[in-house]
Design a binder for this molecule. Structure first.
Ligand code: NAP
Length: 290
């Protein structure tokens, strides 16, 4: 299906990133609604969208406009904070309106089953709906979506998904980056891994830049080298023909060379810290919404 109306219900940091990515790289026949809670956030979205893209997005806000916002949606991307979801679903008529839509949840730490439980509990119009009345997919995109470079985790089809709908979700998301299918049972751990790698990239660029400036290199030069080297290395380590870390290490290592000496230093000083950060993040992600 080419023409789709996609509603981002809760269009904050990550919702806006996905919206921008889809506007830049997605099917030009898609149209969008971005719905937020406050007028201030609506203004923010307005200012962040380029004027041509702006024409394809209806921006709405406020509790009383939610049902109207999703009324014609084919796909509803849920982008509110997990603790806000119960209140959002209490909006008069919303749950009933969602019954014929494909719902894609971006909520970290919230399972498809938990969302289905909430939807069923809050459905009202024709008596209580059963779980089959709803289609829910679960994703974790990254802010790279804004440049068409998201690494989106997509939980394998849930009890509420058909194969066709699942492929449609995958197709939409692949328009703003890569999509990695993950068993839902490891979705929280996979989310933690992505978060730690982003944290590592932040710390790597920041600390390498500071240390380089301390060693006398101009800040702009140091920052450019750090960020672009990260980009270059990740290009070699990713994609279909990616190099394994040990192959890249061997290719860059001459006896007594700078790279291998740096690897040996980092093995000593950083590897155990990184492993500890991954363990802690996985633990945190699995308990996030307890
Ligand atoms: N940030 C990330 O990198 C990231 C990555 C993957 C997944 N996630 C998940 O994505 C979700 C959103 O994260 P975020 O960082 O984008 O949060 P955020 O910036 O706080 O965005 C939340 C959005 O929800 C809106 N909202 C709140 N209450 C609402 C209501 N009653 N009706 C309609 N909209 C409402 C807010 O509008 P107002 O601003 O007007 O209040 C805001 O636009 C979270 O569940 C998070 O776990 C985030």
């Amino acid at each position: 299906m080419d023409e789709l109306e996609i509603v981002v219900l809760g269009c904050g940091s990550i919702g806006t990133a996905l919206l921008q990515g889809l506007l830049k790289k997605g099917n030009p026949r898609y149209t969008y609604v971005a719905h937020v809670n406050t007028a201030l956030s609506a203004e923010r979205i307005e200012s962040e969208l380029e004027s041509e893209a702006r024409q394809r997005v209806v921006i709405t806000y406020g509790q009383d406009k939610i049902v109207h916002a999703v009324a014609n949606a084919d796909v509803v991307l849920l982008g509110v904070q997990p603790q806000t979801l119960p209140k959002l679903l209490d909006s008069q008529g919303l749950v009933d309106t969602l019954q014929d839509k494909t719902i894609i949840s971006m909520l970290a730490g919230v399972s498809v089953s938990q969302i289905l439980d909430m939807l069923v509990a809050k459905s009202t119009s024709t008596g209580r709906a059963n779980r089959e009345a709803f289609t829910v997919a679960r994703i974790i995109p990254t802010l790279g979506a804004t440049r068409g470079n998201s690494v989106t985790l997509l939980a394998e089809p849930s009890e509420s998904d058909t194969a066709d709908r699942f492929r449609r979700v995958e197709k939409i998301l692949s328009q703003c980056g890569s999509v990695i299918r993950v068993e839902e049972s490891v979705m929280n751990s996979a989310t933690a891994i992505g978060a730690v790698v982003h944290a590592l990239a932040i710390v790597a660029v920041d600390s390498v830049t500071d240390a380089s400036v301390a060693a006398g290199v101009p800040r702009s030069v140091a920052a450019a080298i750090a960020s672009q080297s990260l980009n270059s290395a990740s290009g070699l380590l990713s994609g279909k023909d990616r190099m394994l870390p040990e192959h890249l290490k061997a290719a860059m290592s001459t006896p007594g060379g700078i790279t291998l000496n740096a690897v040996v230093d980092l093995d000593d000083s950083a590897r155990s810290g990184i492993a500890a950060a991954v363990k802690a993040a996985v633990k945190y992600a699995n308990r996030m919404n307890d």
